[in-house]
Design a protein around this ligand. Sequence first.
Ligand code: FAD
Length: 547
Amino acid sequence: MTEHATRASLAPEYDVVIVGAGFAGLYLLVRLRELGLSARAFEAGTGVGGTWYWNRYPGARCDVESMQYSYSFSEELQQEWQWPERYSAQPDILKYANHVADRFDVRGYIQLRTRVEAALFDETSERWRVRTADGDEVSARFCVMATGCLSSAQTPAFSGLERFEGPTYHTGQWPHEKVDLTGKRVGLIGTGSSAIQSIPVIAEEAAHLTVFQRTPNYSIPTRNQPMTQDYEAFWKRDYAALRAAARQMPTGVWMDREPRSALEVPEDERDAIYAARWKEGGTGFMGSFGDLITNQPANDTAAEFVRNKIREIVTDPEVAEMLAPKDYPIGTKRICVDSHYFETFNRENVTLVDVKGAAIECMTKNGLVAGGNEYTFDCLVFATGFDAMTGTLNAIDIRGRGEERLCDKWEAGPRTYLGLMVAGFPNLYLVTGPGSPSVLSNMMVSIEQHVNWISDAFAYLGERQLTVMEPTKASEDAWVEHVNEVAYKTLYPKAASWYMGANVPGKPRLFMPYIGGVPQYAARCTAIAEAGYEGFELGRPQLETTA
Ligand code: FAD
């Protein structure tokens, strides 16, 4: 394993500064090495891997199959790497990220344990001045935020939080050492994806688990299993073709997608299709019909199928009704997948508490009070998600032209051109930023597409001795309008989801990712680049610099 970059080796100037060393930052470094650009990546964690470095909670694993939730840029890598399970667990995904860092020899560019606090665009030199929490400052022509969409853990401001005397854990910042919950009374707040993955595992260990639920979630069984030779061989036989096919799917996940409307088929046939998808497991359930995300009556049929499954699995009818989502269409919050989640509520040592009707009032020394009742436990798990898509960017003091702050520009919600760049912030690039398919897609597909687009732009600028790239305000406005228009043709805005900023008090309510589909989006990005970066202003330096 090569050494990581150190503070001592920090140079004053780079071509590119990258913030974040998750899958986006790692792949960008691979591309920049090929282009021969000088780069430094700053990473707050003590290791690479991003999401898979931070989210070490029991049961953490991917919900896109590993054969697809992996890089496609290297044929050798995808042929040689062996995933142990259909949906790999966090330690295996982290191992993969580390393997990639070594195999492509990028560790030497990554400075760990370094949080970037500020990035300021200097209009005179037309370079970014990037400052770390250690007080170091470097300048770079380009600054790329590979900071992740789900990287700012969110803990609600419960009254009296500091009063609770036991240990607390956030799923998104889980300790590196094993947390032994054996024989403990555990309280767990939240029933989103991380909760759905961790609850079955924690329940096996804990003496008692009390789950506090505000909003129930639709979840489909993963049917996770050890990887079979046949399945691996199926993918590896012609990996490139299957990856290309995946990129043509709306979510970038290759699946068998039924084009018909759910309302076109007789009820018994429809239910048989849902039953087959349920048995197969995974997010492919949403591919049962072509209009589940756009047509409410069609969506109702899928939602009712899942609710009935919950009613079949959960033996206490009252608990089953609490777990069955009724207030929003299926798929309009990221669809969850699970291993025995609903079954877990049949265990004697698990209690479900509804905190929608009877909210959590305050924390106490030994637990919390909700609906006038006190619940006590030894430790508390926050599975309360993230300040998604904008939280991490807004936490950095990013200033563009005229010292305008990005968080001010985004006060009423994020504005970007293609989710890649922001008017008024030249040479600042976002990987999977708001306004791109990002969290609605297989992120590996979207990360690769963005990193390729960004590095191709660097090559284009370099070949023409152009040094400044910035979207026009008009192109940004038109894109934001398009993103909203497309979103409101779907059922997505009907759910109070983190896509809508609804999980963070005071956050503007608007649909942040782009729902127009991965292939349509990628084709548009390519066409824009081929037209000489339409909608962007490209310029030569006002002053020659030493870079
Ligand atoms: P991240 O992995 O989030 O990495 C960003 C890095 O930037 C972090 O390491 C962070 O420490 C660093 N950083 C941020 N701010 C700063 C700063 N100011 N200074 C220095 N460093 C900073 N997606 C899928 O497509 N399929 C899945 O199955 C899937 N499962 C998921 C499961 C969980 C539990 C979570 C939380 C997310 C999941 N995702 C999934 C989304 C996942 O985030 C992406 O797939 C992908 O890992 C994102 O990679 P990234 O490099 O863009 O960002």
